[in-house]
Design a protein around this ligand. Structure first.
Ligand SMILES: Nc1ncnc2c1ncn2[C@@H]1O[C@H](COP(=O)(O)OP(=O)(O)OP(=O)(O)O)[C@@H](O)[C@H]1O
Ligand SMILES: [Mg+2]
Length: 343
């Protein structure tokens, strides 16, 4: 009883000043008006004291109930026990506070789900990296082991095994370089250096470098005519990474026909298009090919040394140019990747 009173009193403490003041005024007016005797004053004071005790107890109790409800709600939010904001209810006069708490709950829920997504994507990324590293390392180990077990003296296979092991070290190197790029881009450490450059000369050099890859697959790599004075704005080195990946993809995923590089001049931009007559991409895959490590046909891509990081890097670089990489494709007929650069 005493404890309860003490507890309720401590909750009503914030009203103590108001209660004492109003009672003193009331008491003064009352005793002056009625010209009370000393005895009457003591009795009235006693009565007033009891009434006040009761009053403070009631106010404190109400206050405590409200605090308890709020504390309970915060506790439940922290322990993720609410499913929807509608479960949060306060008394009518606290409707504004209720709205604030609901807002806080929704933000917390959003933060938690973002954190979960991040955690999931971090796990997936680590899993993918380990898996991709393991593949070439196992292959290299296998070739070296076979050579050590005697194949080194077999003139028919030894060079071939060494060449294959070397190819896998190359894949490993490519993967590591891609990973370094992705991490630099995602941590904001990749410095871009934007300049105007002559797009015709630039693309000619890249096409000449990649022509042997196309020829090796009996594909034609064609650079369509470009206005010789056209200057576009961008980071040449980073855009080279973009062009090499887009053209290499076009070659990798085509069996016959041609790969065309087209520059379409528009009012304020030049659109660079890489068009192939290859296997094409389904609507469903079109959404996903820019994700890290996503490959439509893992076997086929890996066989040609792909890690599925190329388009993720392309997307980042084009985004950093304030542009957007677009893809049009008809499954079985071919694909077209394009992006615009400022003129
Ligand atoms: N021109 C294309 N035609 C058909 N499919 C394509 C084409 N370009 C990309 N793809 C599909 O998108 C996937 C992702 O491409 P991305 O360039 O990111 O990876 P990759 O070429 O497999 O490997 P990497 O570029 O890292 O060496 C490819 O595995 C392929 O399935
Ligand atoms: Mg690629």
């Amino acid at each position: 009883m005493l404890n309860r009173l003490r507890e309720n009193f401590s909750f009503a403490k914030i009203y103590a000043k108001e209660i004492i003041l109003s009672n003193t005024i009331f008491f003064l007016i009352f005793s002056i008006a009625l010209q009370l005797s000393l005895v009457q004053i003591f009795i009235t004071l006693g009565l007033l004291f009891v009434v006040n005790l009761y009053f403070i107890d009631v106010v404190g109790k109400k206050q405590k109930e409200q605090f308890d409800t709020i504390r309970n709600i915060i506790h439940k939010i922290r322990n993720n026990e609410f499913l929807s904001p509608d479960e949060i209810k306060l008394e009518k006069h606290l409707v504004e506070l209720e709205g604030d708490i609901k807002g806080m709950f929704l933000r917390t829920q959003n933060d938690i789900s973002n954190l979960k997504k991040l955690e999931q994507s971090r796990k997936e990324f680590l899993g993918n990296v380990s898996h991709e590293l393991r593949t070439p390392i196992f292959a290299i180990q296998g070739f070296i082991e076979t050579l050590l077990d005697g194949a080194i003296d077999d003139e028919k296979v030894n060079r071939n095994f060494l060449r294959k092991a070397f190819q896998h070290t190359d894949n490993l190197n490519n993967l590591l370089n891609d990973l370094i790029d992705i991490s630099m881009i995602e941590t904001g450490q990749m410095r871009m250096s934007f300049r105007y450059f002559n797009i015709k000369d630039y693309l000619e050099t890249i096409v000449n470098e990649l022509a042997p890859h196309a020829e090796a697959k009996n594909l034609q790599l064609v650079l369509r005519p470009i206005k010789s004075k056209l200057q576009l704005f961008g980071d040449k080195d980073r855009l080279k990474q973009v062009m090499v990946n887009l053209i290499s993809n076009a070659i990798k995923y085509s069996e016959e026909g041609q790969v065309e590089i087209i520059v379409e001049e528009q009012e304020r931009t030049g659109r660079i298009i890489v068009k192939d007559s290859g296997i094409g991409i389904t609507e469903e895959d079109k959404e996903r090919i820019f994700e890290r490590f996503y490959r439509v046909d893992k076997q086929r891509s890996r066989a040609v040394g792909g890690t599925g990081l190329g388009l993720a890097i392309v997307k980042h670089i084009i985004d950093a140019h304030g542009s957007k990489i677009e893809v049009k494709s008809e499954y079985g007929k071919g694909s077209e990747f394009s992006f615009a650069l400022k003129k």
